[in-house]
Design a binder for this molecule. Structure first.
Ligand code: HH2
Length: 426
């Protein structure tokens, strides 16, 4: 190539940051010393981490230790004049800098040791590939590299997008079979609408709708089945009848539900919702929706673990549209990748929801299919493991393309050093 003298002489290109493999390959392509690949990949990106409630005495130490490794930390101004008891902090460091920081923090007092432990878990969970399968009661759901598609069948008269269509057991079974034929990796059966303002259904009536469909679906289909219920007694019967996963829109807040999940070994989707479907749209007053939903999901996971549900059985879901304004749902979707820091797989359900209608100007749920597919692809790009959707065929087809793109991006570095560097260990 003739030497360029133009404005783009150096072809300065900000490298698209995807997986570390990408950077490792670009560094290799400079024909740099192979040993240098590992050292440099760890410098390629700053991982900003927000932590809450750093004790006043710990905050300056934390900043000092970060500065000492070449990073930095922001905390409240009130730390300097001792006008606050604790402060949130945003830590700024590369992977390599965190490697140096963690052992130093572990030698410090004032809570910095547990902070180091949590920081390490969050970084590993965020950057790593996560669990490879979700093990429910019987049929495991393999996860990754593309999100698994959870096809929705609502056995309800009043669901917002398909209410009344699958109330007959035969119609519900036919729909589940159709969704699996279209590529659904698992089926989610729901017998109570949880749309805003929906009337609650008594557990007996819910089970009456669910039982025949669950029996037929588990007998006829090989995929794992999840049951969308917030009632512990329905969950127990459903697991006894063959369900593998409980999808709880109340996020296992009922101790009886946690007990059922712990005792049966079911997997559980812990979804975020304030209040109940009847009240949730009156509870959209968040100071910082990302932070508050993250905190609530973190607490729900801790509570479930304390009650005997291993983290390996849990999935978290930000509950798009559940007690959130359209803007809040979009903000949560925009930052859905952050939830990976919790160390459990992430699920989302966007399909046909009104926030998509708000964003695209489409009043009819069926006119929101493409927007739902776009949300699923966005979620894939941000490391979401499970996408709950009514529109399985279009979603699966779009995610197949995404998976091909991802494969191209994840081409492995040539050298052993490059491969090791791209799989960073703290
Ligand atoms: N959304 C709905 C129901 N269950 N579960 C999870 N984990 N995530 C979600 O986003 C979610 C969910 C609402 O959708 P749908 O079931 O179609 O409507 P309805 O509640 O009216 O039956």
């Amino acid at each position: 190539m003739p030497e360029s003298t133009g404005r783009h002489r150096f072809a300065a290109r900000v490298l698209d940051w995807g997986p570390p493999t990408e950077v490792a390959r670009e560094i290799e392509a400079t024909e740099s010393d192979p040993e240098g690949v590992g050292i440099m990949v760890r410098k390629a990106r700053i991982y900003p981490v927000r932590v809450e409630g750093v004790p006043l005495k710990a905050a300056p130490l934390l900043k000092q230790e970060l500065l000492a490794v070449g990073g930095d930390a922001a905390h409240a101004r009130g730390v300097a004049d001792h006008s606050v008891a604790s402060s949130p902090a945003v830590l700024l460091a590369t992977w390599g800098q965190y490697q140096h920081l963690l052992p130093k923090l572990r030698r410090q007092p004032f809570g910095l040791r547990p902070l180091a432990d949590e920081l390490e878990r969050a970084l590993r969970a965020y950057a790593g590939r996560g669990p490879v399968e979700l093990v429910g009661v019987r049929r495991p759901l393999p996860l990754g590299p593309r999100p698994r598609v959870l096809g929705v069948v609502n056995i309800t008269p009043d669901s917002f997008s398909d209410g009344g269509r699958f109330l007959e057991p035969a119609a519900a079974l036919a729909e589940a079979e159709r969704l699996v034929a279209e590529g659904a990796d698992a089926i989610d059966l729901g017998a109570e609408s949880t749309r805003p303002g929906a009337s609650p259904v008594a557990p007996e009536a819910e089970w009456g709708r669910l039982a025949p469909v669950l029996a037929a679906v588990t007998a006829r289909l090989a995929v794992p089945v999840s049951v969308d219920t917030r009632h512990a007694e329905v969950a127990r019967k459903a697991i006894d009848a063959g369900a593998d996963v409980i999808n709880d829109v109340e996020g296992l807040r009922d101790p009886a539900m946690r007990k059922v999940v712990a005792e049966t070994g079911a997997a559980a989707i812990v979804m975020h919702m304030r209040g109940t479907p009847a009240t949730m749209q009156r509870e959209t007053d968040y100071e910082d929706v990302r932070r508050e939903v993250y905190r609530a999901l973190a607490d729900a996971v801790d509570l479930a673990e304390a009650d005997g549900v291993p983290a390996s059985k849990l999935v978290v879901d930000p509950g798009l549209g559940f007690g959130k304004t359209p803007e809040q749902s979009l903000e949560l979707l925009a930052h859905v990748g952050e939830l990976r820091s919790l160390g459990v797989p992430v699920a989302i359900g966007a399909s046909r929801k009104s926030f998509l209608g708000w964003a695209t100007g489409e009043a009819e749920p069926m006119a929101r299919v493409e927007a739902g597919v776009a949300a699923a692809v966005y979620a894939a790009e941000h490391g979401v493991s499970i996408v709950r959707t009514h529109d399985v065929g279009p979603t699966v087809r779009a995610l197949r393309l995404w998976e091909r793109i991802e494969t191209a991006r994840r081409a492995q570095p040539r050298s052993g050093e490059g491969r090791a560097a791209a799989d960073p260990q703290l």
